[in-house]
Ligand binder design. Structure first.
Ligand code: OX2
Length: 820
């Protein structure tokens, strides 16, 4: 792998090797003679972490000494992926460490495969947080990431006769994760349950305070976020929940050893496992505990830093801003209010003005099932003082609404933080909009819909508060690291600055018609397809033809993402290949990877169906190898790193209006895949950048979707009038794909017909088929396809997360870069 490097400290090979061997012996009790590859990977990573921890502490000190304004990114998820390979690139040490390890008889590429992905997130939302931390560090905008130290990350997925099975993901392994460092001096105490006490202070004023019924410890684990070749290292601080030590001594002395341990058992479960839902909330008590624990530790740590640096509490908003990644950390708002009111004795107005200039909120979804509400009784029980504060916030807010819309109860009902009903619910998104100074959507279209459909009255009440920041992805992981061959080709053409300045890729457009460059570009694509084909052969025993179109849909399994639309299209190809002698197609490999939430039955049925269709299609000699279907198990960041560089076609086929942004769409286009997609999320902006000729757009527009639904959508009409659609859906009946198990796939057909097809799969089918035919046709023209692929890579520089972060910095956070 070729990696260039610039601003990097001198590398002392002998000292590094000595450090690796020292860790091998002292940390892992191995000698070079006894060590396995895994031991070598661990020892090497520890030796590297020693370097980055030094830089982390120095960066922290510098930022504190210079009173630098920073952003605190609060997120319940950080889907960081493997760190060692990426950190080697950021440190600019890839080549040197590869050489140093080779001299110890170790192959770096093999060692990197020993790392298990830290899967501390579900999908796009968590991965975005990871890309943002990378871009903050790359551009040296002072930042701390705050998350949770889950003992188990997102479940591991396997297939049993085609059905998804889940297993726990102990991501740290038995030896612990080599990049994390425990910071006991930063530990926090967190209360839960209890009651509110009213008392009179020394000045005779009546005051309120929370008396928690239980207390837990928050232990701080820091992971280093290493700036790209700049020596700045920021912390990703993950909180782990533990019972306070010593545990209940009285009980212990009474001889009730087991009861004495109960607190430890209860506290230990708070950060035990990541909730495996994407775009869906469940309202479980343990989840609210996680959210509050996360916010309490993080807010306390932010205040600790602020006060330790000698600043006044009133000046908090001058030095700190807190970005809430979706509503999951909303409870940070009443938590900060509580501390300012009850512990710093600020007046309501003063406390509220601090809060109001500290918090900003990112909305990631319009899906009603993902908009969080918490039952009032649940909050009353777990966080009684916070509920009082929420009521007071709402009471004062209702006065504001009354002033703006006198006597209008309907608008009050709509905007209130409290949703009335049998069970009163607290609307977290409303609290975020009211409690912060900025709200943003994650793509232009999505942000427009937030203003037009979700929060029109808030937009009227607070002009300018609702904004857009289009998402992005880090070019370091998603091009330089995952696609070294393409990176080397780009380096040759335009130099080596592009990983920090992705707009520079646009000059590649000059070579889009250059036959030699086209040839080199497609040769890289072919080699990446071979790398993926080898992985599939080794791990799944399926042989793939790398001349075929590699058509990729990788993302969480969700009805709105419409993996079933892709499936119905595959069924239509199968039908035509077998029944229409005139039908011809370019060989195609359909590649899927996706996890379904364990409780999401239809999503699991779709996985099962795709697996069953794959079994049949892949072994049907009548198809002459034209059609293959592969569902790669256990989708994760490290698999995306192999699949994305190998893709020819990127499936971005959500129902218009449902996918807020998408970020896989950006990664795939960056690596030269052509998008087939709806006018949804960031697809709209990708089309703007690459031009209509280099993307395959199909399907209903947002307003057409809304109109069709309002006028009474009838999927059966499409079924009855489109013979190809009918034939394709009817293939789901009987036992074509499930021998001996008739109608095992009929549930999907039922959902699409009698079930009303809530995501308009049938309405978009015909246009999707046409778009796929255009792709088939375009692929036959080798030079034409190469041109389109090159232009995709060249023209998506906008989607660097460096640009997203600059948008946040300039329009929301108002930070200054601090160079080391
Ligand atoms: C996801 C959105 O579904 C996706 O469209 C977006 O690209 C990503 O967040 C990052 O902004 N949970 N996951 C998401 O939203 C929620 C809620």
């Amino acid at each position: 792998m070729m990696q260039t490097q610039t601003k990097v400290p001198t590398f002392d090979k002998a000292a590094f090797q000595a450090s690796v061997e020292q860790h091998l012996l002292v940390t892992y009790a191995q000698t070079p003679a006894t060590a396995t590859s895994r031991h070598w990977y661990l020892a090497m990573s520890r030796a590297l972490a020693d370097i980055s921890t030094g830089n982390l502490i120095e960066t922290e000190q510098q930022l504190s000494d210079q009173s630098c304004r920073s952003v605190n990114y609060l997120s319940l998820e950080f889907l960081i992926g493997r760190l060692t390979g990426n950190n080697l690139i950021s440190l600019g040490l890839y080549e040197q460490v590869s050489g140093a390890m080779a001299a110890l008889g170790q192959n770096l590429t093999d060692l990197l495969e020993e790392e298990r992905d830290p899967a501390l997130g579900n999908g796009g939302l968590g991965r975005l947080a990871a890309c943002f931390m990378d871009s903050l560090a790359a551009q040296e905008f002072p930042a701390v990431g705050y998350g949770l130290h889950y003992e188990y990350g997102l479940f591991r997925q396997s297939f049993d006769h085609g059905r998804q099975m889940e297993a726990p993901d102990a991501w740290r392994g038995q030896e612990g994760y080599p990049w994390e460092v425990l910071r006991p001096e930063l530990n926090q105490k967190v209360g839960l349950y209890g009651h509110v006490e009213v008392y009179t202070d020394d000045a005779g004023a009546e005051r309120r305070r929370w008396v928690p019924g239980m207390q837990v410890d928050g232990n701080a684990w820091d992971l280093p976020i290493i700036g790209y070749q700049n020596n700045s290292v920021y912390p990703l601080r993950l909180w782990e929940c533990r019972a306070p030590a010593p545990f209940d001594l009285a009980l212990f002395n009474d001889g009730d050893y087991i009861a004495a341990q109960q607190a430890a058992i209860q506290a230990g479960s708070v950060t035990k496992v990541l909730y495996p839902n994407d775009n869906h909330e469940q309202g479980k008590t343990l989840r609210l505990m996680q959210q509050y624990f996360h916010c309490a530790c993080s807010v306390a740590d932010i205040l600790r830093r602020h006060l330790a640096a000698g600043h006044a509490i009133e000046d908090l908003a001058k030095l700190e801003t807190i970005q809430l990644n979706d509503t999951h950390p909303t409870i940070a708002i009443p938590e900060l209010m509580r501390i300012l009111l009850d512990e710093h004795f600020m007046s309501w107005d003063d406390a509220w003005s601090v809060c109001n200039s500290v918090f900003a909120y990112t909305n990631h979804t319009l899906l009603p099932e993902a908009l969080e509400t918490w039952s009032e009784s649940l909050i009353a029980n777990l966080l009684p003082r916070h509920l009082e504060i929420i009521f007071e916030i709402n009471h004062r807010f209702m006065d504001l609404v009354e002033a703006k819309w006198p006597g209008n109860d309907e608008v009050k009902r709509k905007l209130s933080v409290i949703q009335e009903g049998n069970q009163r619910m607290v609307r977290m998104a409303n609290l975020c909009v009211i409690g912060g100074y900025a709200v943003n959507g994650v793509a232009a279209l999505h942000s427009e819909l937030v203003k037009r459909d979700l929060f029109p009255e808030f937009d009227a009440l607070y002009p300018g508060k609702l904004q857009n920041v289009t998402n992005g992805v880090t070019p370091r992981r998603w091009l330089k690291f995952c696609n070294p061959a393409l990176s080397a080709l780009i380096d040759e053409k335009i130099g080596t600055d592009w990983p920090a300045k992705l707009e520079q890729l646009s000059s590649l457009a000059d070579f889009a018609d250059d036959a030699e460059f086209q040839h080199a570009f497609m040769a890289v694509k072919k080699a990446n397809k071979q790398r993926l084909a080898d992985w599939v052969a080794d791990n799944m025993g399926i042989t793939l033809n790398t001349d075929a179109i590699f058509d990729v849909q990788i993302k969480r399994l969700h009805e709105y993402k419409r993996q079933h639309l892709n499936l119905v299209h595959i069924l239509s190809l199968y039908h035509r290949l077998l029944n229409d002698p005139k039908f011809d197609m370019q060989p195609r490999v359909f590649i899927f990877a996706a996890k379904a939430a364990p409780g999401y039955a239809l999503a699991k049925d779709i996985i099962f169906a795709i697996n069953k269709v794959a079994d049949k299609v892949n072994n049907d000699s009548r198809l002459a190898g034209k059609l293959k279907v592969v569902f790669i198990p256990d989708y994760r960041v490290s698999l995306a790193e192999i699949i994305i560089p190998a893709a020819d076609v990127s499936e971005q086929i959500s129902t218009a209006g449902k996918e807020a942004s998408g970020t896989g769409n950006m990664k795939l286009a960056l690596n030269g895949a052509l998008t087939v997609g709806t006018m949804d999320g960031a697809n709209v902006e990708i089309r703007e950048e690459v031009g209509d000729d280099n993307i395959f757009i199909f399907g209903l527009l947002v307003d057409e979707v809304m109109e069709l639904v309002q006028t009474g959508y009838q999927p059966t009409r499409y079924y009855e009038s489109d013979s190809l659609l009918k034939a394709s859906l009817d293939l789901l009946l009987g036992d074509t794909f499930t021998p001996g198990e008739p109608d095992a796939l009929a549930g999907i057909r039922h959902n699409l017909l009698e079930g009303g097809d809530p995501y308009l799969v049938l309405a978009d089918f015909a246009d999707y088929v046409t778009a796929q035919e255009r792709i088939d046709h375009a692929y036959r023209d080798k030079a034409g396809w190469a041109r389109k692929a090159i232009l995709n890579t060249a023209l998506v520089g906008k989607f660097s997360s460096d640009r997203s972060i600059r948008d946040y910095v300039e329009n929301i956070w108002q930070l200054k870069a601090v160079k080391r």
